[in-house]
Design a protein around this ligand. Structure first.
Ligand code: ATP
Length: 242
């Protein structure tokens, strides 16, 4: 479904952030992109979403293909319309809008407006906490609730591929587990393919089918999630991070 072939990304014409990254997200699967701070994970998600130009970043080599089409030069708006939705690190929800209004905002590109109400109810089944908070301004939600809202908003867009940037960031460990279980459930029930960037290696690999580990702008290791979870090197260097 998504094929990234050997991409190179340069910021401000001099900082080489990605040095030939290749990765693949098959349809209906959960793939996780792991690695420490500054490894290039967020840059990879931004490259897929067409968000680099705002940061003076540029794809200088390689291709990103989604459903057979090269999308290197495509704008974010068209990428969203083609079925890729990015939930950003730091959540980027509308703090002055209510929970319900934020969820509605997620559906703005959809053509099938008929089912929006039904889908909103589905979000409330995945995240019962959001149902109880539907009339509240999003700015008053806790970090974990805001994260749920950000993911809920992503699902309202009905993407084929959902990109998640560090859903565990700043959230209590118990809630992290809950959110990852819901991500797994969404993948199963909606068939949404998911690429999730994480520093919390353990929890991400526990729901993923496949994982890539990045260091310093390169993929240094990859494999099936259960293989990576039991791999000595991975356990030593990456488990317990995050
Ligand atoms: P983190 O978890 O800290 O976000 P990451 O793995 O997502 O880390 P990136 O944010 O993709 O890493 O950063 C990769 C490299 O690119 C880093 O060296 C970073 O300093 C650099 N970089 C990221 N964004 C910019 C930018 N807008 N301008 C210049 N350099 C940048």
């Amino acid at each position: 479904m998504l094929h990234i072939n050997n991409i190179e990304v340069v910021y401000s014409k001099i900082i080489l952030a990605l040095k030939g990254v290749s990765l693949h997200v098959p349809e209906g699967k959960i793939v996780t992109l792991l690695g420490s701070n500054g490894a290039g994970k967020s840059t990879t998600l931004k490259a897929i979403s067409g968000l680099l130009s705002g940061e003076e970043g540029q794809i200088t080599d390689g291709t990103i293909q989604f459903e057979g089409k090269t999308i290197n030069e495509v704008t974010t708006d068209i990428i969203v319309r083609n079925g890729i939705f990015l939930c950003m690190e730091g959540r980027r929800i509308f703090k002055d809008l209510t929970v319900e209004e934020n969820l509605m905002a997620g559906a703005y590109t959809r053509k099938d407006r008929r089912n929006i109400k039904e889908d909103m109810e589905k979000i409330y089944v995945y995240f019962p906490k959001l149902k109880a908070l539907q009339g509240r301004k999003a700015g008053f939600l806790s970090g974990g609730e805001q994260q749920m809202l950000a993911i809920g908003r992503g699902i309202m867009a009905k993407p084929k591929l959902l990109l998640l940037d560090e859903p565990s960031l700043g959230i209590a460990p118990l809630l992290v587990k809950e959110i990852f279980q819901i991500i797994k459930q969404i993948n199963k029930e909606e068939g949404t393919s998911i690429l999730v960037v994480e520093q919390n290696t353990n929890v991400a690999l526990s729901i993923a089918d496949y994982g890539y580990i990045m260091e310093n702008g390169r993929v240094v290791m990859q494999g099936k999630a259960d293989y990576l979870l039991s791999n000595e090197e991975v356990r030593e260097h990456y488990l317990g991070i995050g």
